[in-house]
Design a binder for this molecule. Structure first.
Ligand code: NVA
Length: 309
């Protein structure tokens, strides 16, 4: 049975810490591990747009000794041209691992259920666990620790990033706060699961519709686009004059409530003047370029970990 990484809580707290240690080691020596030497191939399948994910997995698979193969989801048409199960059974006889960016979480779970090789979630509508590993690595680099820190996410609390911060942050023993409008708060089952994890790791979960209460004294302030991939038809409502997210914009005034040494993060792509102001994302507290680079190291770490497991 292969191990998969489909959501943040697929790694235990001990495993998550080990993966982050491994990521730091791989950052110090890019070629320290060569589990894909051969080269063995990793399939990278994209049903949604990508830049950072395709880049970092392509570089990462190559640095691990392997050969990446990007599959355009419009050509493969997984789930419509042929079933997820059939695609998986064809792929897993030839590749070492499968990385998939798609829509429904249920689809990647179905792929994993049929796959003899590790399946990694490269973003679904519900979770983006690879990004959270990169973010945790970034926070650790800047703050020296994770457990006990307050990590606040403000904006669309119902999206994949918010859900992954809840699960991944709780796993790391962090105090995770979500500031989001009542209409766009995290799914209850995910918030409950995060609270359950936090009860064991010493972390906590707080969800509020008050952006200032969410940010006050926080060590890390994070936001994400108000229009996630797949929500383009709602862009007018989400970004327009009546945007429910307007008061959750991460600007200088909101960040002033955080700890003086707070860092600011954004998974990118960023829309300056909407979820984050230009002076904040391009200012001294922003660590977004470290965060983007750390996708490479975090994903190499989790991929090599799964290949060994
Ligand atoms: N919530 C965003 C994350 C992009 C990396 C989206 O799903 O489009």
């Amino acid at each position: 049975m292969s191990r998969h990484f489909l959501r943040d809580d697929d790694l235990t707290p001990v495993e998550q810490a080990a993966v982050l240690d491994r990521a730091a080691a791989l950052k110090a020596d890019h070629f320290a591990l060569r589990p894909l030497q051969g080269p063995r191939v990793v399939a990278l399948i994209f049903d949604k747009p990508t830049l950072r994910t395709q880049l970092s997995f392509t570089v990462g698979v190559a640095e691990l000794g392997g050969q990446p193969m990007t599959v355009d989801g419009r050509l493969a048409q997984i789930g419509s041209r042929e079933s997820i199960a059939d695609v998986t059974r064809v792929l897993d006889r030839q590749v070492a691992a499968i990385v998939w960016r798609t829509y429904e979480q249920a689809n990647i779970e179905q792929m994993a259920a049929h796959s003899a090789v590790p399946v990694i979630n490269a973003l679904t509508d519900d979770f983006h666990p690879c990004q959270i590993l990169a973010d945790l690595l970034t926070i650790r680099e800047h703050k020296g620790t994770l457990a006990g820190l307050t990590m606040t996410y403000v904006g669309d609390g119902a999206n994949n990033m918010a859900h992954s911060y809840l699960l991944g942050g709780a796993t790391a023993g962090m105090h995770v706060r979500i500031g989001a409008p009542g209409t766009h708060q995290p799914r209850a089952d995910i918030a409950e699961r995060a609270a359950e994890i936090a009860a064991h790791t010493g972390g906590s979960v707080q969800i509020t519709d008050d952006p200032v209460a969410a940010v006050v004294a926080a060590d890390v302030v994070i936001t994400d686009t108000w229009v996630s991939m797949g929500q383009e038809a709602e862009a007018g409502d989400r970004k327009g004059a009546e945007s429910p997210f307007a008061k959750y914009a991460v600007d200088g005034a909101l960040v002033s409530h955080a700890d003086d040494h707070a860092i600011v993060m954004h998974c990118l792509p960023a829309y300056r003047g909407f979820e984050i102001s230009a002076d904040v994302i391009d200012g001294p507290q922003s660590v977004v370029w470290d965060e983007a680079e750390n996708r490479l190291h975090a994903q190499k770490a989790v991929l090599s970990f799964l290949l060994e497991s």
